[in-house]
Ligand binder design. Structure first.
Ligand code: GLU
Length: 490
C-alpha cells in the first residue's frame, strides 16, 4: 500500500458541527492506524460564506480533542499552502489545461438566461441542470462575447453518454449514468474555483491516499472521477461515512440540542469521552464494546467496520459515557479538569483562589455523580455560599414534625460541638446511635441534618459532606435551621 495520507477539509462557513468532527476523527484514526499523515486543508473559496473566526474555532476544537495534524495551518508542510484561497494559480492552471485539451469550456450565459432556463425546465418538468448552451460556441462567437466584456465561467464538458464507475470502501462499486450529470462549473467568474475543482486538484497535488468524508458528498464523486480521468490522474480511495441522525431519526440539527462541537466543550464533556463517543457513530469494534481508549481506537480502527446504516446521536449515551470517564479520573485529574469550569462560577471561582485545599476536598464528593464538568459548580454550590437559601419545610422529613425536627437538631448540636475529630467516621459513630436514642429512623435524623447543612434533600454522602464543611460551618448552619423552624411556627 502507498503511504496513507488522509485529510480533513473543512469550509470555514460556521462553527464545526459534531458531524464534521466525526469526519475529522475517522480520517485521523485511519491515518494514525496506518502510520500515515493527517492533513488539514481549509476550503475557503466560497468568499461570500466565509465566517470570521471559523478557522480558529475548527482548529481549536481539533486541538481540544487531541486530533493533531501533520500538515496544515500553523504547522505547514511541503504540500502547502493549506488554504485554498492561497492556491488559486493551481486551479487556474488545471482549468486551462482542461480547456486546451477540449474537456472544459468558457460559458458566457448571464444569470438571467440561466434563471429563464431553470423556469423553463420546471415548466416542462425536465430534469434540472445547465443546457450546454455554450458548449459548442465557435471561436467567433466567443470573441464576440469577450469583446462585450462578459467574464465567463469555466464548465466541465461532461460526457453525454456512458457510465462512470468507482469503488467506495464502504459502499462498494457505484455506477452513475453520465447523462444524469450536467456541465458543472469549475471556475467561477470571480476567479475562485468551485468545490469540485479545488477539491480534486488539491487531493491530487497533496497526494491524498484516502478521502474519508460524509455520505452527502457521495453524489459529487462521479464528477470528480470524470475530472481525474480527463487529467490522467489516479483517483484516491473513497470512503463515505454514514449519515448522523438525531434520536428521532431525522437529520441531526439544532432541534436535537447542541450541534456545534464547541458547545460540548462549554458544557463540560471530557475530550476522551467525546472521542470515544464520536468514534462509535458509524464504527464499532464488535457491536458490544462501548468504552475504548484513544490507543485502543487507533489500534483497532478499520474502514471495514464502518457501517452504511445511519448512526444515531444518542445524548443519553454520551452523558453516561462522560460519567464513566469522569469517574475514572484520579482526584488530581478531576480537579484539573473541573477547575476551568469552577472558575466560570463566581463563588466556586473565589473558593478555588482563596482555598484550593478546601475545593480539592470537596470535588471527590461529587465525582461519582457528575455527568459533566459544567455541572460540578452547581452540585457543589452549597459548599461555597455564606448563607443557605431553602424552604424551611424541606427540613421536616417523613413522619416528622416541626417539634421533633427541632428537638433532633437541638440534641445533635452540643454533641457535634464536643466531637474532637470531625471526620466522617467519628460523625457516623456519633449520629447513628443518636437516631436510636431519639427514637428516630436514621433517615429521619440524617435527612434533617442534610437539609440543615446543605439546603438540599439530595446531596453527596452526609458524613463526608459534613466533615469537609467542617465543624464551624455545620454548627452555624444547624443554628440557622433551628431559627427557620422557630420562625415557621410564628
Ligand atoms: N469543504 C467540504 C466540507 O466542508 C469538504 C468535503 C470533502 O471532504 O471533500 O465538508
Amino acid at each position: 500500500m502507498t503511504k496513507v495520507r488522509t485529510r480533513f477539509a473543512p469550509s470555514p462557513t460556521g462553527f464545526p458541527h459534531v458531524g464534521n468532527i466525526r469526519t475529522a476523527l475517522f480520517a485521523w484514526l485511519f491515518a494514525r492506524r496506518h502510520g500515515g499523515s493527517f492533513i488539514i486543508r481549509i476550503e475557503d473559496t466560497d468568499v461570500a460564506r466565509r465566517v470570521e473566526g471559523a478557522v480558529e474555532t475548527i482548529l481549536g476544537s481539533l486541538r481540544w480533542l487531541g486530533l493533531d495534524w501533520d500538515e496544515g495551518p500553523e504547522v505547514g508542510g511541503k504540500y502547502g499552502p493549506y488554504f485554498q484561497s492561497q492556491r488559486l494559480d493551481k486551479y487556474h492552471e488545471i482549468a486551462q489545461q482542461l480547456i486546451s485539451q477540449g474537456d472544459a469550456y468558457h460559458c458566457y450565459c448571464s444569470p438571467q438566461r440561466l434563471e429563464e432556463m431553470r423556469a423553463e425546465q420546471v415548466r416542462h418538468k425536465q430534469p434540472s441542470g445547465y443546457d450546454r448552451h455554450c458548449r459548442e460556441l465557435s471561436q467567433e462567437e466567443r470573441t464576440k462575447k469577450e469583446a462585450e466584456g462578459i467574464i465567463p465561467v469555466v464548465r466541465f464538458k461532461t460526457p453525454l453518454e456512458g457510465q462512470t464507475k468507482f469503488n467506495d470502501l464502504i459502499w462498494g462499486e457505484l455506477v452513475f449514468e453520465n447523462n444524469t450529470l450536467d456541465d458543472f462549473i469549475m471556475l467561477k467568474s470571480d476567479g475562485y474555483p468551485t468545490y469540485h475543482l479545488a477539491n480534486i486538484v488539491d487531493d491530487h497535488l497533496m497526494e491524498i491516499s484516502h478521502i474519508i468524508r460524509a455520505e452527502e458528498w457521495l453524489s459529487s464523486v462521479p464528477r470528480h472521477v470524470l475530472m481525474y480521468q480527463a487529467l490522467g490522474f489516479e483517483p484516491p480511495n473513497f470512503a463515505h461515512l454514514p449519515m448522523l441522525l438525531g434520536a428521532d431519526r431525522s437529520k441531526l440539527s439544532k432541534r436535537h440540542g447542541a450541534v456545534s462541537i464547541t458547545e460540548y466543550y462549554e458544557q463540560g464533556y471530557l475530550p476522551e469521552a467525546m472521542v470515544n463517543f464520536l468514534a462509535l457513530l458509524g464504527w464499532s469494534l464488535d457491536d458490544r464494546t462501548e468504552i475504548l481508549s484513544r490507543q485502543e481506537l487507533i489500534k483497532n480502527f478499520s474502514l471495514e467496520r464502518v457501517s452504511r446504516t445511519a448512526a444515531i446521536f444518542n445524548r443519553d449515551k454520551l452523558n453516561w459515557m462522560n460519567g464513566v470517564y469522569i469517574r475514572s479520573l484520579t482526584a488530581d485529574e478531576f480537579f484539573e479538569a473541573a477547575e476551568p469550569y469552577l472558575m466560570m462560577d463566581r463563588l466556586a471561582g473565589e473558593a478555588v483562589i482563596s482555598s484550593e485545599e478546601y475545593v480539592r476536598n470537596i470535588l471527590p464528593l461529587v465525582q461519582e455523580r457528575a455527568k459533566t464538568l459544567a455541572e460540578v459548580a452547581e452540585l457543589t454550590q452549597f459548599f461555597f455560599v455564606e448563607e443557605l437559601d431553602y424552604a424551611p419545610n424541606l427540613l421536616i422529613g417523613k413522619n416528622m414534625s416541626q417539634e421533633s425536627t427541632s428537638e433532633a437538631l437541638k440534641t445533635a448540636q452540643p454533641r457535634l460541638e464536643q466531637l474532637k475529630v470531625f471526620d466522617a467516621e467519628s460523625l457516623e459513630a456519633l449520629l447513628r446511635p443518636l437516631a436510636v436514642e431519639l427514637g428516630l429512623k436514621t433517615g429521619q435524623l440524617f435527612g434533617a441534618l442534610r437539609t440543615a447543612v446543605t439546603g438540599r434533600t439530595a446531596a453527596p454522602p452526609l458524613f463526608q459532606t459534613m466533615a469537609v464543611l467542617g465543624k464551624g460551618r455545620c454548627l452555624k448552619r444547624i443554628e440557622a435551621a433551628l431559627d427557620r423552624l422557630t420562625r415557621m411556627s410564628r
